[in-house]
Write a new protein. Structure first.
Length: 291
């Protein structure tokens, strides 16, 4: 299986660990990744401000992926939503599609919308499959309870098709369990992490602090993410988040699912960029190692 790879903004500028993991793990699972040249921001933040410009930016990235000739793996929840929704709109509106293509023509690009935008969750769960992942586990993660966190845009809005059910998603839980770890429901599992509110106020940090405290009080050993924006807030900004709510007792390890999968596959920790995680993961890693 071959996929083109769209990284968006935050992964190559802040969340380097996600890129490192996908490049290390996916080839081992039989997926060849092909880079797309010339991509830019997906323009999701502009969707409600300047819809035509958002559609142009999204369509441009899709048109660049089309040149590769492969379905496109889009790791970020927000980018995935942006490109998927733009695809949905432009496929149904020929007049708008022609307008966008008249602009893309200046770069020698043409949008057709004939490739699929794929989320890491559906590639892992649906394309690779739980059973194949089970076969590559050499170091099962035992006696550890992990909280699955999807983030908003992995499951909403359901009208355009998302990787999992918006009301009762279970793919991430299945992917965690196949590694040997335990997981279960918890209050606020499907609620926003607060990242979308960080640009205008500190409310986002308070939302994140409540989520982290809830997960910690529910007895989980760690939290598992699939979105770089969620991870950036819950992991990288955890110390700031604690101060926002005045909850210094919060101490929650946060890992990308791909980091967890890599550990179960026996991949060296440095190749999974675990040293870039800023939440307190050392105790959890020691427990995973059986120490």
């Amino acid at each position: 299986m071959k996929l083109s790879l769209y990284l968006g903004c935050i992964i190559p500028t802040e969340q380097y660990a996600y890129e490192a993991c996908v490049r290390e793990i996916f080839p081992r699972l039989g997926i060849e990744l092909v880079d797309i040249e010339g991509t830019s921001c997906c323009a999701l933040p502009l969707r409600g401000i300047n819809t035509p410009f958002w559609l142009y930016m999204a369509a441009r990235n899709i048109a660049l992926a089309q040149k590769v000739g492969l379905d496109c793996l889009v790791l970020c929840n927000g980018c995935n939503l942006s490109l998927t929704e733009a695809n949905s709109i432009l496929r149904e509106d020929a007049q708008l599609r022609d307008r966008i293509n008249s602009l893309l023509k200046e770069e020698g690009l043409h949008y057709t919308g004939d490739i699929r935008i794929k989320h890491v969750l559906e590639v892992l769960h649906d394309d690779i499959g739980v059973e194949k992942i089970r076969k590559v586990v050499v170091h099962p993660i035992k006696d550890i309870k992990l909280a699955a966190y999807y983030g908003c845009h992995a499951i909403r809005p359901s009208r355009i098709g998302r990787p999992d059910n918006s009301k009762a998603p279970n793919k991430l839980e299945e992917l965690i369990q196949v590694l040997g770890a335990e997981t279960e429901d918890y209050p606020g599992r499907l609620e926003c992490c607060g990242a979308g509110l960080m640009a205008t106020s500190d409310i986002g940090a308070k939302v994140a602090a409540v989520k982290l405290k809830t997960v910690q009080n529910s007895g989980f050993d760690g939290m598992v993410t699939i979105c770089p924006w969620c991870h950036n807030l819950l992991d990288a900004k955890q110390s700031f988040v604690k101060m926002a709510l005045g909850e210094e007792s919060i101490s929650m390890p946060v890992l990308y699912y791909l980091q967890l999968l890599g550990l179960a596959m026996g991949i060296e920790e440095e190749k999974l960029a675990l040293d870039l995680n800023l939440s307190p993961i050392d105790g959890l890693l020691k427990k995973i190692r059986g120490g």
